[in-house]
Design a protein around this ligand. Structure first.
Ligand SMILES: C[C@@]1(CC(=O)O)c2cc3[nH]c(cc4nc(cc5[nH]c(cc(n2)[C@H]1CCC(=O)O)[C@@](C)(CC(=O)O)[C@@H]5CCC(=O)O)C(CC(=O)O)=C4CCC(=O)O)c(CCC(=O)O)c3CC(=O)O
Ligand SMILES: NC(=O)C1=CN([C@@H]2O[C@H](COP(=O)(O)OP(=O)(O)OC[C@H]3O[C@@H](n4cnc5c(N)ncnc54)[C@H](O)[C@@H]3O)[C@@H](O)[C@H]2O)C=CC1
Length: 290
């Protein structure tokens, strides 16, 4: 009366698929990946499927078709030929049967599925809208991806390295964001190359450290040059002040000399005056004596 979701172990299961088109190939791929043996009946199959172990049979002989149906644990009807599909369906008694054309005439649904680590999520709209099943699958996948889970592993790895190396949490945070946003790392995680991502993240940390170290060196060098400039300026100032002082001393000395000269000159003047007075008195005296 109704569908329920179950998980089927596909390992070594025998699957016979009628049709080799889009749906047939999708089913074949999915089952082969989980370890099933797959035989398809139709015109041709993509090389990729053959490489995975799929075997192609002709649809010409009904006798052979019957044989493969009997061989199979699961039958998938996915050809575009309704008559052929109905014939296969009619010889499927008791088999697990997935019908791509008339799902309700079969007893097995293949929902859209994806997995995150060990968690498999499947969506089924009860046959109402496979297209919407696909859209919902994408929405959910966009929220949590296996990359997210690998990024958790990588962040854990990087955090441990950083904790041992860098004391400042704010500084560590910068590295963790750099790893989260690095396009190369994200590409590696998309390809599930976690080990390569780890090596790359570690290099990123080392390079960043080297950069910081180099920047520090440059800053120190700059500081040294600046300090030297300061010293030179100070020396120049002292020298300039000395020059000024010397100049002032010179002026002062000159003034002193000038003052001394003036003093001598003044004394000379006074002496001259005294002489004059003396001479005058002598003259007066001489005159009186006359
Ligand atoms: C019953 C079921 C078969 C089963 O048991 O397996 C079934 C039946 C039919 N699908 C049809 C059409 C389309 N199917 C898809 C796509 C997917 N179909 C899938 C499952 C199922 N399809 C099962 C029910 C799932 C459910 O109900 O949720 C997905 C989810 C899984 C998978 O096939 O691997 C896969 C998406 C994979 C992914 O990307 O996630 C698209 C989209 C596209 O091609 O782009 C279209 C065209 C648009 C449309 O019609 O929606 C038709 C023809 C209708 C007609 O004649 O018009 C029928 C027959 C019918 O309905 O009569
Ligand atoms: N379940 C699903 O997701 C979907 C189901 N369908 C249904 O499934 C059928 C197959 O769909 P697709 O794989 O998308 O079509 P498709 O055109 O890709 O493949 C059809 C296959 O049937 C074969 N075929 C056609 N006529 C044949 C004949 N007379 N004798 C032998 N083989 C013949 C073709 O060679 C091809 O291998 C559709 O007819 C449709 O009813 C269609 C789309 C999606």
């Amino acid at each position: 009366m109704g569908w329920t979701s179950l998980f089927l172990n596909m390992d070594k299961k025998k699957v016979f698929i009628i049709g080799t088109g889009e749906v047939a190939s999708r089913r074949a791929n999915r089952f082969l990946e989980k370890g099933a043996e797959v035989i398809l009946a139709g015109n041709s199959i993509p090389r990729g499927l053959e490489e995975k172990g799929a075997i192609l049979k002709s649809t010409k002989s009904h006798k052979n078709l019957k044989k493969w149906v009997q061989w199979a644990d699961i039958v998938v009807i996915a050809s575009g030929n309704e008559e052929l599909n109905n014939y296969i369906s009619s010889i499927c008694d008791g088999k697990l049967l997935n019908r791509a054309d008339y799902p309700e005439n079969g007893n097995l649904i293949v929902p859209t599925s994806f997995s995150i680590e060990d968690v498999e999520i499947s969506i089924f709209t009860n046959g109402k809208s496979p297209l919407m099943a696909r859209e919902i699958r994408k929405k959910i996948q966009n929220i949590i991806t296996s990359e997210d889970l690998l990024q958790i592993e990588l962040q854990d790895y990087a955090r441990n390295i950083l904790k041992a190396k860098i004391k400042d949490q704010k500084e560590r945070k910068k590295y963790l964001y750099a790893i989260l946003e690095d396009t190369k790392i994200n590409d590696l995680l998309k390809e599930k190359k976690i080990e390569e991502a780890k090596v790359y993240a570690e290099d990123l940390i080392k390079n960043e450290e080297a950069k910081v170290y180099a920047e520090d060196l440059i800053k120190n060098e700059e500081a040294k040059v600046y300090a030297e400039d300061l010293i030179k300026n100070e020396e120049a100032k002292v020298y300039a002040e000395d020059l000024i002082k010397n100049e002032e001393a010179k002026v002062y000395a000159e003034d002193l000399i000038k003052n001394e000269e003036a003093k001598v000159y003044a004394e000379d003047l006074i002496k001259n005056e005294e002489n004059n007075v003396h001479d005058g008195e002598l003259l007066k005296k001489e005159k009186r004596e006359e």
